[in-house]
Design a protein around this ligand. Structure first.
Ligand code: NAD
Length: 241
């Protein structure tokens, strides 16, 4: 089916929804230059070992952890929202989207103007000193990961593998259960438990280059770049309200 038709179908379902939520993953931010985990050739897992990003790995050797994650932190620190983030923020502003649930840690939805953002894996915009409890902003520890107040070890305010999810995840579950349309953007839906959220959804729309375990359940699947598709859906929504 031509992409224009898929975009129109997605806009039709989203435009008719009473309560629509979006679930985003690392794929929405690749067009801002931030690598995802699983894209063949460019994903972080091509060169990095997921075991280096566990809470055990951080606790046992924070300096080693920072050496592994620093290139990603530097890219995120310099990244700006792309057309996909901007289109979602505009959909919320116009009342088509009620919440954005994101697995991302990069703060780009908020920078684009989205208001109701549920960060289910935390945010890299700050870190907490394990010695004195001070909050340090990303730009303060992106080059030297030591507390600006006491020199202590900073734990980034993100959920590492092996850690409990923040309270935002419960709110995300409630949003997923009450919505009558869920738009998934740029997620392989392979990281649990956030990847399970689409199972609650009635009218599932998926924009993702690669396949997901929920493709069969979805009413529309679009395998094209998120920025272009979301901009197209936003334009097509003009006729709905
Ligand atoms: P993932 O890497 O498992 O999947 C990303 C998916 O996005 C892939 O299936 C890929 O085909 C698709 N994709 C990539 N670029 C795309 C584009 N331009 N348009 C459409 N689809 C595109 O990522 P995930 O499902 O989010 O799960 C992995 C974890 O990665 C999350 O927990 C998240 O916290 C973490 N992560 C976040 C960032 C970030 O904050 N930007 C970056 C890397 C990893």
């Amino acid at each position: 089916m031509p992409i224009e038709e898929l975009i129109n179908r997605a806009a039709n379902i989203l435009g008719s929804a009473r309560h629509a939520v979006v679930l985003t993953g690392a794929g929405i931010s690749t067009e801002s230059g931030i690598p995802d985990f699983r894209s063949p050739g460019t994903g972080l897992w091509e060169n990095e070992d997921p075991e280096d990003f566990t809470i055990e790995s951080f606790n046992s050797d924070p300096q080693r952890f920072y050496r592994r994650i620093m290139p990603l932190l530097r890219v995120i620190n310099g990244a700006v929202p792309n057309n996909g983030h901007l289109a979602l923020a505009e959909m919320e502003r116009r009342g088509f989207v009620q919440a954005v649930i994101t697995q991302n840690i990069d703060n780009l939805h908020q920078e684009a103007g989205s208001k109701n953002v549920l960060e289910v894996h935390g945010s890299i915009t700050a870190g907490t000193c394990l010695s004195c409890g001070s909050k340090n902003k990303l730009h303060e520890f992106v080059d030297e990961p030591a507390c600006s107040s006491c020199g202590g070890v900073i734990k980034p305010d993100i959920t590492l593998f092996g850690e409990d999810l923040p309270p935002a995840f419960q709110r995300a579950q409630r949003e997923a259960m009450r919505c009558d349309c869920m738009l998934v953007v740029g997620s392989s839906l392979q990281v649990a438990p956030a990847g399970y959220l689409p199972r609650y959804s009635k009218n599932l729309l998926i924009i993702n280059r690669g396949t997901t375990p929920y493709d069969e359940m979805a009413r529309v699947v679009i395998r094209s770049p998120a920025g272009e598709v979301l901009t197209g859906i936003l334009d097509a929504l003009d006729v709905y309200r």
